[in-house]
Design a protein around this ligand. Structure first.
Ligand code: RNT
Ligand code: ZN
Length: 430
């Protein structure tokens, strides 16, 4: 195996000093960028570790549908202990402030069947204790998929009151669990509400399910919980596999839904994979910044569809973070990751994706925006373009390496050694 030699501290620092100087020449303070980076939490999604299976105990066969991870790489966590062990390893390889994002199906019920409308904070007591130990705050999600009452394709928008009431109860329980988490951790638990609801082909009535979905959310959010404990986001989507023609919770639906709340107590969630293939979310940030106070992001990477590939340092990611920084909306935005690749080492997927998101954020924080703004105002657009191009080669990576060094996480390629080790000793032996 290739053994990647770690850089010495002195090498990292020397490279950083040079980078600091070249950014300073452009009026950019690298220390300030590092401080913002260190204080911006990124929420790691638990479901990358086990292909969105969860630990629910079922009476009969498990229902599928709604969501899908592809790939059969060995090592998929099959118990809470394994998942926590993998997550701990990931947390060590990622610098900066992390949070951890749970779904309702990750409840621990001691082998008992507990249906989704019956879950309580005690089913997450182990997760809460673990999060405290790891010094990460928890985020939460109701789970509206992989359940017999989701098989029809309609949950919160179901025409059958019994089914819809079940899901409303589920979400209400989830909000109570999240509020408990938020209270215990002293930082609001961010809850993302996403339903897969929709139809494969040409529903005649596209209106009724949307009215029902609005009504369900109104009921769910009728209970005002302390915003110091919980914040809610609703996630839009263009289509799902098997639901190609109609998604009840579309972009228009949810943008209007959040606008319908005068108290602005529900924010929009943008997932990078939830739009038409050539439509990227960076252009939506400024519109949200005009009308809303907060935004939840699912950082992901679609390839031709909502494929949830591991996030990497591409134009989409950079453009997204550039907009958050340029719009001064970073502090109003909750950053969560949402990808799941079961075809490669899952620890590697987690770490690659999170580090890429951090790098893109740092890239944006190191932009000499006032100079670009001035070029734009003066109609010097070739100069603007030239500087934007030159910046792509600026030594931002030396700044990220220094960040890793200060945070005590492996610098550069060195972490790949640890990934390799864990893959061979843990993942491939499961
Ligand atoms: C699905 C949504 C949703 C899920 C997670 C597991 O298309 O993106 O956010 O991926 O809740
Ligand atoms: Zn998502």
């Amino acid at each position: 195996m290739m053994n990647f030699l770690p850089m010495t501290d002195a090498e990292v620092q020397q490279r950083y000093e040079l980078a600091k100087k070249s950014f300073a020449d452009l009026g950019v303070d690298t220390e300030k960028a590092l401080e913002t980076l260190a204080n911006t939490p990124i929420s790691l999604h638990c479901w990358q570790g086990d292909d969105v299976h969860g630990f629910e105990v079922h009476e009969g066969a498990v229902s599928g549908g709604g969501i899908m991870s592809t790939g059969n790489y060995p090592g998929c966590a099959t118990s809470p202990e394994q998942l926590r062990c993998d997550a701990e390893t990931a947390l060590k390889l990622i610098p900066g402030k992390k949070r951890f994002n749970l779904h309702a199906i990750y409840a621990e019920t001691e082998g008992k069947v507990v249906d989704r409308d019956q879950i309580t904070p005690e089913h997450f007591a182990r997760w809460m204790a673990w999060a405290k130990e790891q010094n990460v705050a928890l985020d939460f999600n109701p789970s509206f998929f992989a359940h017999p009452l989701a098989d029809s394709g309609y949950t919160l928008s179901n025409r059958d009151d019994k089914v819809r009431d079940f899901w409303v109860r589920h979400d209400k329980q989830c909000r109570l669990i999240a509020a408990e988490m938020g209270k215990a951790q002293g930082s609001p638990c961010i809850v993302n509400h996403w339903v897969p609801d929709g139809a494969k082909d040409q529903p005649v009535d596209r209106l009724t399910p949307r009215k029902l979905l609005k009504d369900s959310y109104d009921r769910i959010f009728a209970e005002t919980l302390n915003p110091a404990y919980i914040r809610d986001g609703v996630e839009s989507k263009v289509f799902g596999i098997g639901l190609e023609d109609y998604t009840v919770g579309s972009h228009e639906f949810y943008m209007n839904y959040v606008a319908s709340r005068p108290q602005k107590d529900v924010m929009i969630t943008f997932d990078m994979g939830h739009f038409h293939p050539t439509e990227s979310i960076h252009d939506k940030i400024s519109s949200v910044a005009v009308f809303q106070d907060e935004l939840l992001l699912h950082v992901s990477r679609p390839i031709r569809w909502d494929s949830d590939h591991v996030v990497n340092f591409n134009d989409d990611l950079r453009n997204l973070f550039l907009q958050l920084v340029r719009c001064h909306f970073l502090k109003n935005t909750y950053l969560a990751l949402d990808f799941f690749d079961g075809a490669i080492d899952r620890l590697g997927a987690w770490v690659v994706g999170t580090r890429a998101a951090q790098k893109a954020l740092l890239y944006a924080l190191l932009e000499p925006t006032p100079i670009l703004d001035q070029f734009e105002k003066d109609n010097d657009n070739a100069m603007k373009l030239a500087l934007l191009e030159e910046l792509k080669g600026a030594p931002w990576e030396a700044v990220y390496d220094e960040f890793c060094r200060r945070q005590g996480t492996p610098v550069g390629t060195a972490w790949i050694n640890q990934l390799f080790d864990y893959d061979r000793k843990v993942a491939r032996t499961r």
